[in-house]
Design a protein around this ligand. Structure first.
Ligand code: ADP
Ligand code: MG
Length: 231
């Protein structure tokens, strides 16, 4: 049975500006099911980050409906929305957003500290996530001692450690060279296939686009294409 993770209906997002509202997303209708490996693709300013922020309940729509894991995000209190994120969603950012004074181990452990998990179980989960990303021997390093590709692997381990239903990644390869980008994509695709975790990326990088199974094209805040490919 296909499990719908996200359902977006007639959704628009307006940002107030000096000259009135600016419509960053216009009448979007999209669904995402469990196990997807999908890219939101479009030029800079087309609304990719805005879309991911809304899907991730970091922001809310101006009109229309957005259901994330069966809950309308606009109806959630701040506490409920934080709980949805901390339990079920993983985030990966272009600039990694690692905590510089913490070790790799501590960075990956961080999201688990918000959940009620015993220290034993927490340790097992961190070690598992480090193993998935090939970081076991880097666990005592700090971000400054790592390459960009390694930092992004730590960020993926941190997003994966609680085994979320959905990982959202905003231009995850934008700061990486081709070799590291492809390595990162291989790892995410393997996690997608082996664990069934859904991934939704934003990108304008052709290397990333070739890896995707579903490509959603945004132009000026409108969905201009939604295609499934071999990936
Ligand atoms: N907080 C904001 N206030 C006003 N305009 C915004 C805000 N956030 C984004 N925008 C505008 O919305 C459009 C889409 O932005 P964004 O989602 O960041 O695009 P992308 O990630 O595709 O580059 C851009 O024109 C941007 O300037
Ligand atoms: Mg963006």
């Amino acid at each position: 049975m296909t499990e719908v993770l996200i359902k977006i209906t007639n959704m628009s997002k307006a940002f107030p500006t000096g000259e009135g509202d600016f419509l960053a997303l216009k009448d979007v209708n999209l669904s995402f099911i469990k196990g997807e490996f999908t890219g939101i693709v479009g030029p800079s300013g087309s609304g990719k980050t805005t879309m991911l922020n809304i899907i991730g309940s970091l922001d809310t729509q101006s009109s229309g409906e957005v259901e994330v894991l069966g809950k309308e995000i606009k109806s959630l209190s701040a506490k409920e929305s934080a709980e949805l994120r901390s339990r079920h969603l993983g985030f990966i950012f272009q600039t990694y957003n690692l905590l510089p004074v913490y070790t790799v181990y501590e960075n990956v452990e961080f999201p688990l500290l918000l959940l009620k998990i015993s220290p034993d179980k927490r340790h097992k989960m961190v070690m598992q996530a480090l193993e998935w990303l090939g970081l076991t021997d880097k666990q005592k390093s700090r971000p400054a001692q790592l390459s960009g590709g390694q930092c992004q692997r730590v960020a993926i381990a941190r997003a994966m450690v609680k085994e979320p239903s959905l990982v959202l990644a905003d231009e995850p390869t934008a700061n990486l060279d081709t070799e590291n980008s492809l390595h990162i994509l291989d790892m995410m695709k393997k996690l997608n296939q082996e664990l069934g975790t859904s991934f939704i990326f934003s990108t304008h990088d052709q290397k990333v686009i070739n890896y995707l199974r579903r490509v959603i094209r945004l132009v000026d805040g409108m969905v201009a294409g939604d295609d499934t490919q071999a990936g």
